[in-house]
Design a protein around this ligand. Structure first.
Ligand code: UDP
Length: 364
């Protein structure tokens, strides 16, 4: 049989997860017929096109072009656009990745039309329902037939929610991309282009709604970035959502006046290289917590919790929330040579897409 799969991607963190799956399915052409749907949730060059080029993802078969809007409008537009594609393509399976609005919207449309759904990166839970991503994760898992997890704790979360079937611990597809492109990333010289030296700078990213949407919280974000800057040169590729708010609040100037290098979002290869060579990373990103664990680079997560606890229990991640005093204490430890040493979690080995395809071949 040939299994026709609609693979869905929509936003920056989806592209590195879908790329190895597309590649593996294309390799196994006697079993899989992958169709790529890009919802266009992220549409500008810096968050979208550059990733297709660098990750070698082929041109999408369907582009929905939804763009940014409120959660309701964006989710509704994705659902309306995706329903047409689904009914036209009539696939055997719909595969969604991660926790963005496209993930839930396409899963929901598929479930209602009785198409089976596979969720890659299932079972991650922060327990924080204020996060739009948490809502997307829990609801997508509930209506998925195949649940591919990145860690045993995620599989346990699903079992604790009463899901008894379809859970496969297959590993981390984001790390598949890291392994594939690590060497190439090293050759970009992105640190030198920014006037930085290996080990001589900190890398910062911040874009979670709960950190950047509210003015008071954003001021705390700026404060913790300045704490990092008191230890090291800081480079901060700024997500468009964050840039707009930093500019409006005047905090952009404040950060720049203290020497923080604010730059546009970087391409995957350029960013990966900066991550690998950083002295430490301060972030609220999900994916960056995982990548730093594999790269062995200390990561401080500016959130109250993480849906990726394995990066803390086994990796190089430390949760600091927006607590500048705590970050300062942790950085003093790091700079006195007592920083955390992590290990690489099970199945974060570059072979997750293979395991996912193996499971699907067996499951159908
Ligand atoms: N990333 C990138 N350029 C940047 C910032 C991040 O290529 O300027 C990559 C990063 O290496 C990781 C992914 O984007 O692979 C993480 O995406 P993001 O932080 O947007 O989303 P999250 O993981 O928090 O959902």
């Amino acid at each position: 049989m040939v299994l026709k799969v609609l693979n869905v991607a929509g936003a920056r963190p989806n592209f590195m997860k879908i790329a190895p799956i597309m590649r593996e399915m294309q390799k196994r052409a006697s079993f899989f017929k992958p169709i790529l749907v890009h919802t266009g949730q992220h549409y500008d060059f810096g968050l979208n096109e550059v990733f297709f080029a660098q990750l070698g993802i082929r041109k999408p078969d369907h582009f929905l072009g939804v763009g940014s809007a409120s959660h309701a409008v964006q989710t509704a537009n994705i659902m309306t656009g995706f329903e047409k594609v689904l009914l036209e393509e009539k696939p055997d399976l719909v595969l969604v990745v991660g926790d963005v609005n496209s993930t839930l919207a396409c899963a929901l449309v598929s479930a209602k039309e009785h198409y089976p759904v596979a969720h890659v990166e299932a079972g991650l839970r922060s327990g924080d329902w204020r996060m739009p991503e948490e809502v997307n994760r829990v609801l997508t898992d509930r209506i998925s037939k195949f649940l591919f997890t990145t860690s045993q704790d995620a599989s346990e979360n699903l079992k604790n929610e009463g899901i008894a079937e379809g859970i496969y611990f297959t590993g981390n597809t984001m790390i598949d991309s890291l392994k594939t492109f690590e060497k190439q990333a090293g050759k970009t010289g992105s640190e030198k282009k920014l006037g930085l030296e290996k080990g001589g700078y900190a890398l910062v990213t911040m874009h979670r709604a709960e950190n950047v949407d509210d003015g008071k919280t954003l001021a705390k974000v700026a404060e913790i970035v300045l704490t990092a800057a008191s230890f090291s040169q800081v480079v901060f590729p700024v997500h468009p959502r964050t840039r707009e708010r930093l500019e409006k609040s005047g905090l952009k100037q404040k950060l720049e006046s203290k020497g923080v290098k604010l730059v546009e979002p970087l391409g995957y290869l350029e960013f990966l290289n900066l991550e690998a060579k950083a002295k430490f990373v301060l972030t609220d990103s999900g994916g960056v917590q995982e990548e730093t664990t594999v790269l062995g680079v200390p990561c401080f997560t500016a959130r109250r919790n993480t849906e990726r606890p394995i990066t803390v229990s086994e990796g190089t991640n430390t949760i600091v929330d927006l607590d500048s005093v705590l970050l300062k204490r942790e950085l003093e430890k790091l700079y006195s040579g007592e920083g955390k040493k992590g290990k690489i979690p099970e199945k974060w080995d570059g072979k997750a897409a293979q395991r996912i395809c193996d499971a699907l071949e067996k499951g159908f």
